[in-house]
Ligand binder design. Structure first.
Ligand SMILES: Nc1ncnc2c1ncn2[C@@H]1O[C@H](COP(=O)(O)OP(=O)(O)O)[C@@H](O)[C@H]1O
Ligand SMILES: [Mg+2]
Length: 304
């Protein structure tokens, strides 16, 4: 498999803030590689280094076999970047934005239309509308079209689904999958852990450090504990009660249940008694398979 990105010991400081520390990873051709991490984890800083906009203080970043610090002119032609706050010109119309990006990269919309047609067709009926007047989902599609219009080999998307409704988020991931047919490698960041399963591989990043990178299924399988799903009608009260139970190690809300790990992995009647004493009758407790979120929370907690 051909390597598209190689990060070797990347470090970056802003004053006293260590934004990135000792980052190593590789991304292979055709992969959708996700970076998941909370606000301030270092995702944008890392993406700015990958896209040649920022140089690392330490280590070396290689993209498509070229060094991002030295060969940035060559590389910028091969990379499509969609920054976190969409880089659209609010006072230009949809089609003016697209034409602008095509011109900057010395190409035309017509030349590469096939690549974006699936995505752009959703917003083409509104091509005369100002970008500033589009909905979040439509802005996202236009920004993606603009990032693709010069047919990049590597597409870098910084939190493309943040602030976008659930339907548009799902649609967006479907569009990314389709881009695979065009031999585009995709690096994408998100603060939403549930989007991890959509990537071929994901890296968890926290406080500037890369905690692990693997296939989502492998990450789930690494959960080392027995996990219990507890359900009761008053979820917030249930969560509080579970956190007060002396043998609880972790308790996190998940959909309609609370996921709990218990010391020694054994729960007995005392848990139910504790819940009843806390005013929660008829709680259902079942053993559950860990999701990727459970593993991430476990890793983050161990680090703190
Ligand atoms: N230009 C900058 N100047 C000073 N600090 C910065 C700058 N860019 C990022 N940081 C800091 O570096 C850390 C990582 O930020 P960032 O890469 O934006 O994280 P993320 O994108 O995961 O939210 C944060 O503590 C942030 O405040
Ligand atoms: Mg960011």
């Amino acid at each position: 498999m051909k390597e598209v990105i190689r990060a070797s010991g990347i470090g970056k400081k802003f004053g006293e803030t260590q934004a990135l520390k000792d980052i190593f990873f590789e991304v292979n051709e055709g992969e959708i590689f996700g970076f998941i991490g909370p606000d301030g984890a270092g995702k944008t800083t890392l993406f700015r280094i990958i896209t040649t906009l920022l140089n690392p203080d330490e280590g070396e970043m290689t993209v498509l076999g070229l060094n991002t610090a030295g060969d940035f002119r060559e590389l910028r032609k091969c990379i499509g970047y969609m920054p976190g706050r969409f880089s659209l010109y609010q006072d230009l119309s949809v089609e003016e934005n697209l034409n602008f990006y095509a011109t900057v990269f010395g190409t035309t919309v017509r030349e590469n239309y096939a690549l974006i047609s699936d995505i752009y067709s959703h917003i083409e009926p509104f091509r005369k509308r100002l970008a500033g007047k589009l909905s979040g989902g439509m802005k996202q599609k236009l920004a993606l079209s603009c990032a693709l219009i010069h047919k990049p080999k590597l597409l870098v998307l910084d939190e493309p689904t943040t602030g976008v409704d659930a339907v548009s988020r799902a649609e967006f991931w479907e569009m990314l999958k389709k881009l695979r047919q065009h031999d585009i490698t995709i690096v994408v960041s998100t603060p939403y852990m549930d989007e991890a399963m959509r990537c071929d591989r994901v890296a968890l990043i926290q406080k500037g450090q890369l905690m692990l990178a693997d296939r989502p299924q492998k990450i789930r399988e690494g959960f080392g504990r027995k996990l219990f799903a507890v359900r009761a009608p008053q979820k917030y009260r249930l969560l509080e009660a579970l956190r007060k139970y002396p043998l609880t190690e972790t308790a996190y809300p998940f959909g309609d249940s609370v996921h709990v790990t218990i010391r020694n992995n054994i729960f007995d009647a005392s848990l139910n008694e504790h819940l009843v004493r806390s005013g929660i009758e008829n709680a259902s407790i079942t053993e559950s398979e860990a999701g990727i979120e459970d593993r991430f929370l476990e890793l983050m907690k161990n680090r703190i």
